[in-house]
Design a protein around this ligand. Structure first.
Ligand code: DAH
Length: 358
């Protein structure tokens, strides 16, 4: 907008008179003070401090004044603007404080009110046991690795030296998911966690110290000691100069950490295609419900050089040991659970009965 200052028109500059400015400030202050909340204050702000407010219109008219009058008028307008702004700010502060106090009052929570008690959920004892086992190995510097539950036959068998016509292929009653095709060598629900060894060796360079807890599947009928879904922890070490003594020492330490300092372990000769020599690990169990005895707890052995080779590791440079143990079995032993079905039927009182609730 342009105003010419010639000729000087007093009507056009009426907003600039000291009285008009005083009045504008007084009106603004009154309106701000009358606002009862921040919304109302915002609404009246526009009228008194917005573009079309008398004080702002006055400022625009300064241009129309003769040069000599400009400085004086400018000062007046600025003072009026500051006074109105200060009135606004002061009111805004008061209302904000009131608003905060209202929020605090209205939204206050009485933490002393009684509540309806709710039972917390608990992690399943099998998961807790898996974590306990894993933690002991992590404490020895092992990494935790994982593999898929729907697994290729190559990882589940071939790479583990269990070839198609090998009798051991039928040792594990496997769920077959898909026949071989161009992309994979057939898919199964993994019948053990040993294929995770293969993933680990293919993906990582030795030295390898790894544990792999996980779910496994076999075509077993459900009864007190069998379930088609159960859990294992696989362990794998590949490094230079690894011997069977390292395996025995590791399993001893593990069994004592798990079941107490008086626990003994023993290795019995056994056979697994993926280890050579192979052994069965037994744990001497004092607190067994039918009296102290050796309990079979898992398989183990020195990684078969053929398995190392299948994974691209030179068996002349590296050697390793591996083991696989049942998690469900460990839980049954530790808590004297006689029927495996109790672990899976989802009764929320089960962890309470075991005292494993966390
Ligand atoms: N995979 C075997 C099973 O499910 C257990 C096992 C035995 C794992 C020996 C191993 C091992 O790593 O070395 O029965």
């Amino acid at each position: 907008m342009s105003y010419t200052n010639d000729p000087y028109d007093p009507k056009q500059v009426a907003y600039l008179s000291p009285e008009a400015l005083d009045e504008a400030v007084a009106n603004a202050r009154e309106a701000f003070d009358a606002a009862e909340n921040l919304d109302e204050l915002t609404a009246v702000k526009h009228r008194h401090l917005g573009d079309k407010a008398p004080i702002l219109l006055a400022r625009r008219e300064i241009g129309a004044l003769p040069p000599a009058a400009k400085a004086d008028a400018g000062k007046r307008v600025n003072m009026a603007k500051s006074a109105a702004t200060a009135a606004y700010d002061a009111r805004a502060q008061v209302l904000q404080k009131q608003d905060q106090e209202r929020v605090l009052r209205e939204e206050a929570v009485d933490v002393t009110l009684p509540t309806v008690p709710r039972r917390r959920g608990a992690r399943h004892p099998i998961n807790l046991m898996a974590d306990r086992i894993t933690d002991i190995f992590v404490g020895m510097g092992y990494a935790v690795t994982e593999g898929p539950e729907v697994e290729s036959e190559w990882f589940s068998f071939d790479a583990l030296n269990i070839h198609a016509d090998h009798p051991a292929r039928t040792m594990m009653d496997t769920f077959y998911v898909a026949a071989p095709n161009k992309e994979h060598s057939g898919l199964v629900l993994r019948p053990h966690t040993s294929p995770v060894q293969i993933h680990t060796m293919i993906e990582q360079e030795p030295p390898i110290y790894a544990v792999a807890p996980g779910r496994v599947y076999r075509t077993d009928e459900v009864d007190a000691t069998h379930s088609p879904v159960f859990h294992q922890t696989e362990g794998l070490v590949v490094d230079k100069g690894i011997t069977m003594a390292h395996l025995k020492g590791t399993l001893d330490h593990f069994a004592r950490a798990m079941f107490g300092p008086s626990v003994k372990t023993r290795l019995r000769p056994s056979y697994f295609p993926f280890t050579e020599p192979s052994a069965e690990m037994d744990v001497w169990f004092e607190a067994h419900k039918d009296g102290p005895r050796w309990i079979e707890w898992g398989g183990c052995g020195m990684v078969n050089p053929r398995v190392l080779t299948a994974c691209g590791i030179d068996p002349d440079v590296y050697s390793g040991f591996a083991f696989g143990m049942g998690i469900d079995r460990a839980l049954m032993l530790r808590h004297g659970i006689a029927d495996m079905r109790d672990m899976f039927d989802g009764d929320v009182r089960f962890p309470l009965a075991l005292g494993t609730e966390e």
